[in-house]
Design a protein around this ligand. Sequence first.
Ligand code: GLC
Length: 436
Amino acid sequence: MIPHAPWFEEARFGMFVHWGLYALPARHEWVMNREETTVEEYSKYFRRFDPDLYDPSEWARAARNAGMKYVVLTTKHHDGFCLWDSALTDYKATNTPAGRDLIAPYVEALRAEGLKVGFYHSLIDWHHPDFTIDGVHPQRNAADVESLNAGRDMDRYREYLHGQVRELLSNYGTIDYLFFDFSYAGPGHDEEFWGGKGRKDWDSHALLAMVRELQPGIVVNDRLDIPGDFVTPEQYQPAGPMMLDGEPVTWEACQTLNGSWGYDRDNLNYKSVDLLIRMLVDGVSKGGNLLLNVGPTGRGSMDPRALASLEGIGEWMALHSRAIYGAGASQFTSPPDARYTQRGDRLYVHLFAWPFEYVHLPDLAGKVEYAQLLNDASEAFLKEVDPGQQAMNMTPGGQPPGTLTIKLPVQRPDVAVPVLELFLKPSASDSEALHG
Ligand code: GLC
């Protein structure tokens, strides 16, 4: 748990929004890097950025209806374009056809829907004239890269970075969450290829100290190349509860709908609603959060395909959110094809495959008072095995001693992931609920 922000692990589910100039090329937010676009070439998007359908209260409603509790928007991505009216650059929404600060209405809209407010901020900047050209930079292969690099000064860039973060955390009231992105120094990075930018380049310790001073309640991620409040597995599901230096650590997986963060028109690699819900459940069963991304279009509205996914998740959350909010990993071991989440004396069995009439729960015999299907609160019968039957191997399915068997209807409830809610006896729940 993050002691200064217990809401974060309570919430379990948030929305990531990648939105900026790259919505116009509509072929991934790294388009500038991938196509080695110069700042001049890229400026055609700056001149055309006109999000006439931008209505952050619609984004906020979509998030809330999906069961999400917080939203995180790219204030600036790697292309350097700023969505707010920064005093430190001209490369901002105010100077595009959008003609206004786009962050202020976003913050307001989230608050109106009771959502926590998150910012993503890129440490990397492919527009700033002082940001040195390294292996990740769009100009990395330019013939005149040496002369392009001459005179670039990371000290000046660092001042800009700190100044912009100061603006963002001073001008919009309480900000609950900050996602810095990203460092590529040290082990695991080919320093020669990437150019190795990390904590020295950002002066991460001073930056983080400033963040905490300006927003004492904020949670900050781990990509400053120094530890933050939580770690951020990206586009994969961890194998189990995450550890850092032998200690359990707060974590949040960020996942895409289709592999791209920014709007990517022709990418059809959409995850199904069922898969997305399983990802959420799987994460919570391992004590983590899910930050699920959408990439709005250049006009500022949500892609209908993203909206459909959010609605599908929302339908499930409307019936099952109490198996998610405030829940975490359980000490009990779930049967195959299922995940457990636990909140106090409630143990939730998320059935990824519908069993053959009986589900067998190891080591839970004698520990459960009552069981029901969560979608409709219909009772599910407990079948505890008596030792006589056990001796004759007459237990349902020949399960080992200590197994609790629950009888299920033949008909699978018509929900993406059916969930059993078990009410544990006090003796079973006291010591065994695990969080984080
Ligand atoms: C990456 C990418 C990026 C995306 C982010 C989300 O590091 O650079 O485009 O914003 O991950 O976690």
